[in-house]
Design a protein around this ligand. Sequence first.
Ligand SMILES: [Zn+2]
Length: 345
Amino acid sequence: MKITLDPGHGQFGNPGVLAGYYEGTRVYMLAQILKRELEKYEDTEVIITRKDITDNPSLANRGGEAVRNGSELFISLHSNAASNPAAHGVSVFRSVKRPESEKLGRLLGEAVVDTMKKRTDITYLRGVMTRTESYDGEVADYYGVLRSSVKSDKVKYSFIIEHGFHTNLTECEYMFSDESLQEIAEAEAKVIAEYFGLRESGDKPKDYIEYVVKPGDTLSAIARKYGTTWRALAEYNDIKNPDLIIDGQIIKIPVSSEINIGDVVRIKADKDTYYPDGNPFPGWVKDYDYVVAKTADSRGEPVCRNGDRCVLLGNKINRKTGSHGSSINSWASIEYIEKIRAEKK
Ligand SMILES: [Zn+2]
C-alpha cells in the first residue's frame, strides 16, 4: 500500500519552548523514521511531501501529493502550540469526509499517548476530532492538508496528528529526543501494520506443517508418523482432550526449519519440479518422502540451482508403507521441500 507522510511546516517553522526546537524540523525527522519503520513491511511505499528538510510545499500540494500518488493513507505530522504553557496532550484530526477513519484515528492517537505518557507522565488523548468550515455552502475540512487530500476517493484515511505541545516544557522535551521519535514511529507503524494487515518482509517461513485429520486417525498415530509424541502435538496445538480430534481438523506439526543430513523431507504439494524452472518430474516422485543425503553447504560451498539453495535427496521412503528404497539422487531447492522429521539420533 502507499502512504503519504506530511511533516508540517518548513525547517525553522514554529519554535518550541526549548531553544533549538522547531516543529518543522522535529516532525520532518519523525517522518523519515516512520517511513523507515513502515517500509519494513512488505509492499509498503511511503512518500514524504517535503522532498528535503528545507522544502515547504503549500497546504494544497501536501494533500495533493497523496491524491497524485494514489495513497490510501495520508498523515500530516505535527506538534501543537498554545499560548497557555500548561496545555498538553495529543490530538488527532480526521477528515470530516472520512467518518469510517474514526477507528484508525483513535488507535493511532492512543498508541502515541501510550508511548509518550511512559516518559512525560502527563500526556493524554484530547480526542479524535473533526474541524469544519463552510466552502461554497458545503461542509469541508477546516485544515487545508485534509481538505486537499480527500479530493480523491482513493485516499480513504486522512489525519493530522499533533504529538503533544511544543509550548509545554515536558512534551517539548520529550519530542526533542531522537529516542522519542523512534519510539513514536515504531508505535505508529505497528498500529498501521496491524490495521491494514501488512506483513513483515523477510518473514520466517512457517516452522510447522499442516496435517489434515482423516477418518480413523488418532493423535498418537499422527505423532508416530512424524516422529514426535502425542503430548508434544497436543501442547503445540493447544488440544485439551487428545482423544477428541475431528476429521478435517488441522494439526500443526512443528518442524525445525534447518535441514540436516539424515532428515526426512517431502516435496511440497504444489511443486512439480525440484527447483525453480527445473524440468517436471514423473508423478511417482511424490509418492515418496526422502532422506537428505547432502545439504547445500556440506563442503562449505553452497549448492544452488537457479539461485535457490538445494539439498540432495537420497533414499526413498514409501509414504504409504514406510518402507525404504533406493536413492533418488536429485537436488531439490530447500524452498520446494518441507521437513517431515529430523534425522534419527
Ligand atoms: Zn503544526
